[in-house]
Design a protein around this ligand. Structure first.
Ligand code: FAD
Ligand SMILES: C=Cc1c2[nH]c(c1C)Cc1[nH]c(c(CCC(=O)O)c1C)Cc1[nH]c(c(C)c1CCC(=O)O)Cc1[nH]c(c(C)c1C=C)C2
Length: 477
């Protein structure tokens, strides 16, 4: 029987689910319902007339692994290959990442020399911790915080500085609350399967999904890409996806269509939109943030809604700055700030270094992005609704002045408050997923969960979640 599938949320997760569904003859109709006036969700770029591009959300995607290949396959199918801007592993933006500790920038080790010597801010060679790690006994816990896991296996200094910063630079989150099992599955699996992170990395652990690479993915391997972006910014990606979907007879894309309620009809769903319109569907793929889905589910699904509400999120202030000339004292991807140094200031990306193509045409300029808040937003700035743009801008320019010695006034700036933008996979997230998916299956709800709230926040993971959701319904596409 052919089905009508409604996909809720037109972020990269929902668009991807539609894309894969539309490849299947088993689906007669796909209806995408996006609440806002734009598809793409957090993939959002400001393009100025002089050619400058500023990212508010993701600025680079990794080509590595099956999910990285999968994304590049989609990029290629969408005809975006000529627009791809690759950054190779030997580029300075791949080799140089900094930590701001004790009022100074420290380059993170990226070569053997950097791990065999004692390199500040660390008090002993990283290699020492790595060699000892092999001898540490396997943990017994079903889950553990990222901080506890790394402290146990590699020592508290690496956990307090490097891992604390890494969790801020990926989840804008607190490594003492985040789950190692859900945030860094390869680390957790390496210990479970091989008894050690190092042995897991050396000999592999478990088997992940397999994806056949297209020419573009093969090229990314041959040319050693570390990350890539698109010529007119990451927003090109959802724009191309939306265009491709609009060209298919089987797909309807509705923007300005916020979902208000979902009512189970016995053989599907009646979906009420805020404007009073109704959409009927045999199946729903939700690519909404977990809390948004919780608020539209029927009261009878209360146990599921409660679990969804318990997946918390953090708010990040993103400040894009543009300076006259080439003003950076160092070169690289950017720097992260551990929470012990300055909890409210997460890090600074040196956007002009990996992607100079996004600089304005004409006179030289430097583009930076300062990211603030995250799990520390409330303690640093108070209620997100009460903080002024000027305060965020001042805090960002002060950080650029004290961390990088850049005291010039930016020639252009943009402050964006990204409310509830990154889900936090706290301790026990895996159990919550099991409970939620168990509830859906036990109650035979025609509902699939996709998007960043569940199985990975990276663009690649979210796209793959859209594919998995579609394939769960129609088989391999
Ligand atoms: C500042 C920042 C930097 C990032 N950097 C990177 C990076 O460098 N690399 C990387 O891989 N990833 C990065 N990410 C992560 C990645 O961008 C996100 O995890 C991903 O875009 C989430 O996609 P999504 O489709 O799951 O959700 P969203 O983008 O949140 O999309 C959900 C959609 O649902 C819609 N919606 C909400 N409620 C309703 C409703 N009731 N009815 C209808 N529609 C509704 C929203 O309008 C939205 O369009 C970053 C994220 C942020 C915030
Ligand atoms: C300072 C805050 C943030 C910076 N980027 C993000 C935040 C919250 C969000 C983010 N960054 C990455 C991802 C995807 C993860 C993935 O698995 O691909 C997300 C959601 C990529 C990333 N950024 C950094 C690392 C180590 C990674 C992981 C992948 C990789 O190694 O490339 C470090 C980093 N992020 C930021 C800065 C300033 C920084 C380091 C210098 C900004």
């Amino acid at each position: 029987m052919q089905k009508t599938v409604a996909v809720l949320g037109g972020g990269i997760g929902g668009l991807s689910a539609c894309y894969y569904l539309s490849k299947s003859p088993q689906v007669s109709k796909v209806v995408l319902l996006e609440g806002s006036g734009r598809c793409g969700g957090w993939l959002s770029s400001t393009r100025r007339e002089d050619g400058a591009v500023f990212e508010h959300g993701p600025r680079g995607v990794r080509p590595a692994g099956a999910v990285g290949k999968n994304t590049l396959n989609m990029v290629s199918e969408l005809g975006l290959e000529p627009e791809v801007l690759p950054v190779t592993y030997d580029h300075v933006a791949s080799k140089n990442r900094f930590l701001y500790v004790g009022g100074q920038l420290h380059k993170m080790p990226s070569s053997l020399g950097g791990v065999i010597r004692t390199v500040p801010p660390f008090s002993q060679p990283i290699l020492q911790s790595v060699l000892k790690e092999v001898l540490i006994r396997r943990g017994e816990e079903e889950d553990e915080s990222v901080h506890a896991f790394v402290s146990r296996r590699l020592g508290s200094e690496l956990a307090d500085i490097a891992i604390d910063s890494l969790c801020r630079g990926v989840f804008a989150g607190d490594c003492r609350a985040l789950s190692v099992r859900s945030c860094f599955p390869p680390l957790y699996k390496a210990e479970k399967d091989r008894g050690s992170i190092v042995l897991g990395m050396l000999f592999g652990s478990g088997s992940g999904p397999k994806v056949a690479p297209c020419d573009l993915a093969t090229r990314s391997l041959k040319e050693s890409w570390a990350q890539w972006s698109l010529r007119k910014g990451m927003q090109m990606f959802p724009e191309a996806l939306e265009d491709a979907l609009r060209r298919k007879d089987s797909v309807e894309v509705h923007k300005h269509a916020p979902v208000n309620t979902l009512n189970a009809t016995g053989c599907g769903w009646e979906i009420k939109l805020e404007d009073g319109c109704t959409v009927m569907a045999d199946h729903v793929i939700s690519a909404l943030p977990a809390k948004s889905l919780a608020s539209v589910l029927p009261p009878a699904a209360h146990p599921l809604s409660q679990q969804l509400r318990d997946i918390s999120t953090v708010t990040v202030a993103v400040v894009n700055l543009e300076y006259e000339g080439s003003i950076l004292p160092v070169t690289g991807f950017g720097h992260l700030v551990p929470s012990s140094e300055d909890s409210g200031l997460l890090g600074v990306v040196y956007d002009s270094i990996p992607f100079p193509e996004h600089n304005r045409s004409g006179a030289p300029s430097t583009r930076l992005t300062v990211m603030m808040g995250g799990a520390w937003f409330q303690e640093a700035f108070g209620d997100p609704d009460g903080v002024s743009q000027q305060r965020l801008l001042d805090r960002a320019t002060q950080a650029v002045a004290s961390h990088l010695g850049v005291t010039a006034t930016p020639v252009w700036s943009l402050v964006a408050l990204l409310k509830d933008c990154i889900p936090q996979y706290h301790l026990g997230h895996w159990k919550r997923l099991e409970t939620m998916r168990g509830y859906i299956s036990d109650h035979s709800l025609p509902l699939t969960l996709a998007g960043a709230s569940y199985d990975g926040v990276a663009v690649n993971d979210v796209i793959f979640s859209g594919r998995t959701a579609a394939e769960g319904l129609v088989g391999v596409v």
